[in-house]
Design a protein around this ligand. Structure first.
Ligand SMILES: [Zn+2]
Length: 194
């Protein structure tokens, strides 16, 4: 687990003030946090973390900048989805109470508590979480300067054709099913009438 150590901040020995860490995130990072990266063809994201140390709390700012190559939700072609986002996090130190490191979240958002027993802060889970948050729900080709979709038009036409065919096949299957139900009923009637 040497790789993960890269994401740990040994804050105890740090001076108060801001420290900056830069991480280049690729597909191996997803293995590291045991997350599925199969929906991404490629991941190339830089995460810059500004870690501002105060005596009893830390202010963190995560700057996400890069792109993921993903299949378009509409046309299926792989394209580069640019990512750019910023997230803030406050970590407060608390007296150890024997409980596990809590992620009790206060009303105003991202405040987490860390037991004073801990000596390092592992950023990997947060980086993963913020990376996901920086992605839009729908991953669709952007529009060009004229406002036109840059989706693969051939794919869309084909998709429409296939959808139509699937609908027709479904209709047909339903008809057949109805027919066979009536056939079964008829046979049932015949049997009872005899
Ligand atoms: Zn598309």
């Amino acid at each position: 687990m040497k790789y993960r150590r890269e994401f740990e901040i040994a804050y105890v020995g740090l001076k108060n003030g801001t420290h900056t860490y830069t991480y280049n995130i690729g597909k191996p990072f997803f293995d590291l946090v045991e997350a599925d990266s199969s929906e991404f063809e490629a991941v190339e994201v830089q995460v810059v973390v500004h870690f501002d140390k105060h005596p009893d709390f830390f202010e963190l700012k995560f700057e996400i900048n890069g792109a993921v190559a993903v299949p378009c939700d509409r046309c299926g072609d792989v394209f580069n989805l640019p990512l750019w986002d910023e997230f803030n996090l406050v970590i407060k130190l608390k007296e150890p109470t024997g409980e596990e490191e809590g992620d009790d979240t206060e009303d105003d958002g991202d405040i987490v508590f860390l037991s004073k027993n801990e000596t390092v802060i592992d950023l990997s889970e947060w980086i993963y979480e913020f990376l996901l948050l920086s992605m839009p729900m729908q991953k669709i080709h952007p529009v060009d300067a004229d406002g036109n979709s840059t989706c693969n038009k051939e794919n869309l036409a084909l998709l429409e054709k296939l959808t139509q065919q699937a609908l027709e096949a479904e209709e047909k299957a339903k008809e057949e099913e109805t027919k066979s139900i009536w056939k079964g009923l008829d046979a049932f009637r015949d049997k009872n009438n005899n």
